[in-house]
Design a protein around this ligand. Structure first.
Ligand code: 3UK
Length: 505
């Protein structure tokens, strides 16, 4: 891909204004539960909001504005308005608690907040927070909607540099406190010019849909930036259930879906009740995609899923399957524009068939806020994502585990994902998570936490059956010596298994 951008660049001019200027203003841009905005209408909302941010709230380029809201067209417009006004958007996950919000406000040195009224409560518990304007609050005279009504002039994109920061994205943090990562205007376009054209073949008549919040860069790219880059439409819905997403795919005739493996698993048994024939591409990210999940989805829909590994630090997906080039069990190959290799503990590249640390280089990269461990993530311009990977002889990259989640039992390295993959093939298993539990004799033992499908009981016989089942499929020493049944697994808002909680349970 050509990733050359002019030195002065405001990404919103390219993603939004350009379409209206080129006569595509009447094309649908964002689709919500109750409202649809064309590109022209989205532009109008973004410009009014940008005026509020600058003229009413007195924000100047470089200021940081924290954004809080569930996925909806207004939240999308708020992010774009911040970019357009030369501000730094700091979107936050809707479920963040007051304590975490306080950390984000503090770390990102936020100057002002735009917050959806239904999410006001946690914010109000943070002492000394910056000034707030609420949206989804049409009857309050100083709410965002009332303020927007008073501005009807166009807003010219602020003349930002291509490498001015426009976004601080916080990691979802499966452990510990959230880390802030900075991204530039050109990064926003670069992710749109790598994955979507090469892997999705995205075009203007596509309709993108999915679950990840806009505050998670998986959702920001997949549901807003990618469709806008090609003049397509993005569906933004709050709090989707598996049934809700299937119904929405049918209702909006969605063509490209973005969600996490667990959500695909939950949708699979329900698919036949909906018409999802419009779907063309299904992207899975956030954690490894088990072969059993891929197979079940293909059987139910006829669609070969696209697995992609992305990271907040790199903004979006950098290794994935591409079109028909899918190797089940592998994530795929570097997305055009990116390079990847596997390193040993001393930082030297290893050859095919050897497990090591994944390193990635490309147009986007990790820039933590000043106080973070930049040195741990970036080495010589290579990003170390914290994942253990293995490349095969054909150049496909196979995920093994998070580097610090590798289970070491009686001297063997065991990747939890491989055991999970085996368990998920069993007809009684709905969800599972495999972790290492401290063991006096073996150092660690493999422990499986299993959610059974309805109609199955977590009896000792079932536990033994699952153990035997795993032994038949993978090297027997990897079988879970402990099996615990549970009703649900601890997951983040982005669908990631919280392994540390399983280890503590
Ligand atoms: C893990 C995967 C195996 C991996 C993300 C797409 O997940 C995203 O960002 P986060 O910062 O987490 C990054 C870490 O998550 N991971 C993600 N995808 C996969 N592991 N297979 C996968 N397909 O450990 C990675 O280092 O929350 C995903 C786009 C944007 C994103 N921010």
């Amino acid at each position: 891909p050509s990733l050359r951008y002019p030195p002065r660049l405001n990404c919103v001019a390219e993603l939004l204004d350009r379409h209206v200027t080129a006569g595509r203003g009447a094309h649908r841009a964002v689709l919500g539960d109750t409202l649809t905005w064309t590109y022209a209408q989205l532009l109008d909302h973004v410009d009014r909001m940008a005026h509020v941010l600058r003229d009413d709230m007195g924000l100047v380029p470089g200021n940081r504005v924290l954004l809080r809201g569930a996925n909806c067209p207004t939240m999308a417009a708020a992010i774009l308005a911040a970019f357009k006004a030369g501000l730094v958007a700091v979107p936050t996950m809707p479920l963040l608690r007051a304590r975490e919000l306080g950390i984000v406000l503090d770390k990102a040195r936020v100057n002002a907040v735009l917050c959806a009224r239904p999410l006001a409560c946690e914010l109000e518990q943070v002492g000394g927070h910056p000034p707030v304007v609420y949206f989804q609050d049409p009857h309050t005279p100083d709410g965002l909607e009332a303020r927007m009504a008073r501005h009807d002039r166009p807003f010219a994109p602020v003349d930002t540099a291509a490498d001015d920061v426009c976004l601080i994205a916080f990691t979802s943090g499966t452990t510990g406190i959230p880390k802030g990562t900075m991204h530039f205007h050109r990064d926003i376009l670069a992710i749109c010019d790598c994955f979507p054209p090469h892997v999705l073949g995205a075009e203007a008549d596509d309709v993108f849909i999915g679950t990840p919040p806009l505050a998670f860069t998986f959702g920001l790219g997949g549901l807003l930036l990618f469709p806008m880059r090609v003049g397509a439409a993005g569906v933004l819905l709050e709090k989707l259930t598996p049934e809700g997403l299937l119904a929405a795919i049918e209702r909006f005739r969605a063509t490209v879906c973005f969600t996490a493996p667990t959500f695909y698993r939950q949708m699979t048994p329900l698919v036949s009740r909906y018409d999802v024939a419009s779907l063309r591409r299904c992207v899975s990210a956030g954690e490894a995609l088990p072969v059993a999940t891929r197979d079940a989805w293909r059987t139910a829909t006829g669609i070969e899923m696209i697995d992609g590994i992305g990271a907040t630090e790199l903004l979006h997906i950098f290794i994935s399957a591409s079109g028909a080039d899918v190797r089940p069990g592998a994530t795929g190959k570097p997305v055009p524009g990116y390079r990847a290799c596997v390193l040993d503990d001393d930082g030297h590249p290893v050859g095919p068939g050897v497990v090591g640390r994944l390193a990635v280089k490309g147009p986007t990269g990790c820039r933590y806020l000043a106080d973070e461990r930049q040195r741990d993530y970036v080495l010589d311009g290579w990003n170390l994502t914290g994942d253990s990977y293995e490349m095969d002889a054909d150049g496909y990259f196979h995920y093994r585990s998070r580097t610090d989640d590798m289970i070491i039992s009686a001297g063997y390295n065991i990747a939890g994902a491989e055991v999970e993959d085996a368990l998920l093939r069993h007809p009684a298993v709905a969800e599972c998570g495999v972790v290492g539990r401290a063991d006096e004799e073996r150092g660690q033992i493999v422990e499986a936490h299993v959610v059974l499908k309805p109609g199955h009981d977590g009896t000792p016989e079932m536990a033994r059956a699952l153990q035997e089942f795993v032994k038949e499929q993978i090297a027997p020493y990897k079988y879970p010596r402990a099996v615990r049944f549970t009703d649900r697994l601890p997951r983040t808002e982005t669908g990631k298994l919280q392994r540390f909680k399983l280890r503590q349970s």
